[in-house]
Design a protein around this ligand. Structure first.
Ligand SMILES: [Ca+2]
Ligand SMILES: [Ca+2]
Ligand SMILES: [Ca+2]
Length: 252
């Protein structure tokens, strides 16, 4: 008896799974696209389109959000480097980069944890979390320019991370999703602008290998869904949400 051998394609897929991890998701060319990043080179792949070399920021940059910053109706990608204190924008035309911009950010222990729209001017803004004292600050943006800031309630327990921002209860206002990186508890803060209104618990995911990689309205139902990645098994799944409850789970 001979041992089964792996075909070239299967082998390629296995390598792929271990090299590329999901770092975000958004609509770029009319469909939901997961943004993948190579753990080896830092290159980026979206729907089979590969971005290499110069456009790709170094691996000290993380993808921190997706939103339409230059108001052309097309989603753009935001990168941030904690060590350099810089923010980079990829202004996208579908699956091509039209131009890039770079601005100074805030240095560590502040980290960008979300991109969303809180002040109802139709322009996406940036949320920072102070990783040592739990302060949360909101930067109003006009395109790629910071025009002011506001504070969001502090959550001093820094084992809580902001995992994403989206409208969970469907009232047209952005809410904040928290994940506790010790207990696996997931909580949504319902917000009215930058003001905390109420909260709800989502189901707990106590397996801490599951990390939240993106939130957004991807089921087409108007409510915010959650993209998870398991850093050990490399599995990718969606929680299709109905507010704070799971409607269904699908694997990518
Ligand atoms: Ca845009
Ligand atoms: Ca805004
Ligand atoms: Ca809401």
């Amino acid at each position: 008896m001979t041992a089964p051998t792996m075909t070239g394609l299967k082998w390629h897929k296995m390598i792929d799974k271990y090299e590329w991890e999901p770092v975000g998701a958004g609509m770029f060319a009319g469909n939901l696209e997961i943004v993948y990043r190579s753990t080896q080179t830092g290159f980026v792949k979206i729907n089979g389109v590969l971005f290499t070399n110069a456009p790709c920021p170094g691996t000290d940059y993380q993808l921190v959000g997706i939103g339409d910053f230059n108001a052309d109706g097309k989603n753009d990608i935001v990168w941030s480097s904690l060590s350099l204190g810089l923010i980079k924008f990829w202004l996208m035309n579908g699956l091509a980069i039209s131009s890039t911009a770079s601005i100074a950010g805030v240095s560590s222990p502040y980290k960008i944890v979300g991109i969303s729209e809180f002040n109802a001017d139709g322009k996406p803004d940036i949320i920072w979390r102070n990783l040592s004292n739990g302060a949360n600050v909101y930067w109003y943006m006009d395109g790629t320019t910071n025009t002011g800031y506001a504070s969001i309630d502090t959550l001093a327990d820094v084992t809580y991370e902001i995992s994403g921002v989206g409208d969970f209860n469907g009232n047209g206002k952005s809410d904040i999703l928290w994940r506790n990186n010790v207990s696996g508890i997931n909580v949504v803060w319902y917000m009215d602008g930058v003001t905390f209104v109420n909260y709800a618990n989502l189901p707990t995911e106590s397996d801490l290998n599951w990390t939240i990689r993106a939130v957004g309205n991807f089921s087409g139902g108007g409510l915010t869904d959650i993209l998870w990645y398991n850093i050990v098994t490399k599995a990718i799944r969606w929680w299709h949400m109905n507010n704070a409850t799971i409607d269904s789970v699908t694997y990518v």
